[in-house]
Ligand binder design. Structure first.
Ligand SMILES: Cc1cc2nc3c(=O)[nH]c(=O)nc-3n(C[C@H](O)[C@H](O)[C@H](O)COP(=O)(O)OP(=O)(O)OC[C@H]3O[C@@H](n4cnc5c(N)ncnc54)[C@H](O)[C@@H]3O)c2cc1C
Length: 568
């Protein structure tokens, strides 16, 4: 059995930054990751990472306080203000740290880090490296982790958290290359497995982002916080739903309907295309629903032509490539067909500002976690920032936890051993089950249900149908067929196990959305159009039970900024 003081599940920005934070404190830690770290979804981030550096000529008197206010307002007042303050106050120092570690940020002509406007921000404060910000950050942080000699186990799919008498003591993983089920003993575990975007078919997320870590925590009794809050990015490429960065609108791109109108004038006269994402996504969807999509199709145009070749080539080269390769369109000459698509999970594992869950020794960070700094709607550029600021913080707090715990090594090993044996037995039963349900057809049904009913505009009827159909899939899962009984790189087995995760999380999201009878941020109920602070200024907590999710609530931390009407 492998054993480390601290194990971090996930090698994206959050996981690697947490590992560096812990390793810097001399803790023996290892990263266990499904894909090689630099293939994590963090590497796909495009537009930027926020910090109130004040480098832009229009930055005015930008400061962490202003960044915090924009974030709280953007969150539709559901964000926890203590966590948001930490995010915004620590941002500048963390950006300079990344710069000193070697991130090649784009720069202004005076040499300072360049910044661009993103949606919902009063001042331009997104630092960027062209339109490949995540790629450069991930490589920088990965190199740092390698230089510290961090142990990385890649191509291991973690399946279960092991809890012994209320304490997390390790995990069970499937080693894809070796074809074995492995136990890992640990004093503490940090889950940094990313978001659950692939519960949807139309999503900008990597295919592996199904919320595995969220489901693992959910199954050992940790609640999922705010699962109904799902961000739909306004501009995803029609046909493939590849992300077309908000940086395009930040650089001056605008949206046009079939009547060649800049329709954002009607919805957000002051911020126009740079209103927050929930508002812009709804506006686009409404234009489409009312028949003003281009040629009657479900998309509108994002026009960059007026920016000219040199701006596009210099600041948005990746977007140009994506459009040419995936849509056969050169944005220098043609407008880009776009529609809203799933982009980000605001909800996730319920944690404190130190990343602690309700289970001792179990921590979470990054998109898998919900602190909550994004509340009901995340601002562009705040998620990369969350992975870095809270990655460091949670890595340090888990290291401190490990430093002060005393545990019985034999006891831990036997608990992990038992969990490995139980998991082997579960796999054997799955392989020997003479079942007939096709897991791939069921997976498509989950994503179709989410695309159709738990989407930009929600209604009671739609959500009731989603819940009923997901419950039916939950029951049918017992009869799911696993054809391939092999061990090495058995992706068939992984897909069958993933389906279980997806049904659990989709159901939690749909049940929570049905319960929340108001509209706030990305959760828009066509039958309850107003925000209702008197009854709903609270976080959802979904607990897993055999009968389905049990919903409870907890207060939002509101101290400095009292809820106001959002105007953009
Ligand atoms: C296309 C795109 C563009 C974006 N652009 C921006 C942007 O410009 N600015 C911004 O602020 N945010 C952006 N975001 C959001 C931001 O990139 C993500 O929220 C953030 O990078 C998530 O980081 P993470 O470390 O939490 O997860 P990820 O980077 O998704 O990493 C998850 C890790 O978990 C591992 N893992 C998953 N399941 C398992 C398992 N079962 N066992 C073992 N390991 C597992 C994976 O191998 C991976 O290493 C963007 C997101 C997308 C999809």
């Amino acid at each position: 059995m492998r054993s480390h003081a601290l194990i971090i599940v996930g090698g994206g920005l959050a996981g690697l930054r947490a590992a560096i934070g812990a390793a810097d404190r001399g803790v023996d830690c290892a990263v266990v990751s499904l894909v090689h770290p630099v293939r994590s979804h963090s590497g796909a981030a495009q537009g930027g990472i926020n910090a109130s550096l004040g480098n832009h000529p229009d930055a005015g008197d930008d400061d962490p306080q202003s960044h915090a206010f924009d974030t709280v307002k953007g969150s539709d007042y559901l964000g926890d203000q203590d966590a948001i303050r930490i995010l915004c106050e620590e941002a500048p120092a963390r950006i300079y740290e990344l710069e000193h570690w070697g991130t090649p940020f784009s720069r202004f002509s005076d040499g300072r880090i360049a910044q661009r406007p993103l949606g919902g921000a009063t001042y331009p404060r997104a630092c960027y490296a062209a339109d490949k910000t995540g790629h450069y950050l991930l490589h920088t942080v990965y190199e740092r982790a390698v230089s510290l000699g961090l142990r990385i186990y890649d191509e291991y799919s973690v399946q279960e958290i092991v809890v012994d008498e209320g304490r997390c003591v390790g995990l069970v993983a499937y080693d894809l290359k070796g074809g074995t089920i492995e136990g890992f003993a640990a004093e503490a575990v940090i889950l940094a497995t990313g978001g659950s975007g692939r519960l949807y078919g139309r999503s900008t997320s990597a295919l592996i982002n199904i919320g595995a870590g969220v489901a693992m925590a959910y199954r050992v009794g940790v609640p999922v916080k705010d699962p109904e809050f799902v961000q739909f990015h306004p501009t995803t490429l029609y046909g493939t739903n590849i992300l077309i960065s908000e940086g395009c609108r930040g650089e001056g791109g605008y949206l046009l309907n079939s009547e060649q109108e800049r329709f954002m004038e009607r919805y957000a006269p002051q911020f126009m295309e740079l209103a927050p994402r929930d508002l812009v996504a709804r506006s686009i969807q409404q234009e489409i629903n009312e028949g003003r999509g281009i040629d009657g199709q479900p998309y509108v145009h994002l026009d960059l032509r007026h920016l000219g070749m040199s701006v596009i080539q210099d600041r948005l080269p990746g977007i140009r490539d994506l459009c040419i390769h995936f849509a056969g369109i050169d944005p220098v000459e043609q407008p880009i067909p776009i529609q809203p698509g799933q982009h980000y999970s605001m909800g996730g594992i319920d944690v404190t500002c130190e990343g602690a869950t309700c289970i001792e020794g179990l921590f979470a960070v990054g998109e898998a976690a919900c602190l909550s700094v994004h509340g009901a709607n995340r601002l562009g550029g705040n998620s990369l920032l969350e992975t870095i600021v809270f990655g460091a913080r949670v890595g340090e707090s888990a290291a401190a936890f490990v430093g002060k715990t005393k545990s019985d090594g034999n006891r831990i090993e036997s608990a992990v051993d038992n969990a490995v044996r139980a998991f082997e037995a579960k796999l054997k039963a799955l392989i020997e089950n003479p079942a007939t349900e096709n897991p791939y057809a069921m997976r498509s049904q989950v994503t179709e249900i989410m695309d159709s009913h738990v989407q930009v505009f929600r209604t009671r009827e739609g959500l009731e149908e989603a819940v009923a159909r997901l419950r039916e899939l939950r029951a049918r899962y017992a009869g799911v067929r696993l054809r391939n009984g092999g061990r090495v790189f058995n992706l068939d087995m992984l897909r069958v196990l993933e389906l279980d995760v997806m049904i659990d999380l989709a159901l939690a999201s749909a049940v929570a959305a049905l319960a929340r009878e108001e509209s706030r941020g990305a959760h828009f109920r066509a039958d309850f159009k107003a925000r209702d602070d008197a009854n709903w200024l609270k976080h959802t907590l979904a607990y897993r039970t055999e009968e389905g999710p049990r919903i409870a609530y907890k207060p939002v931390v509101v101290d400095q900024f009292q809820p106001q009407e959002r105007k953009y």
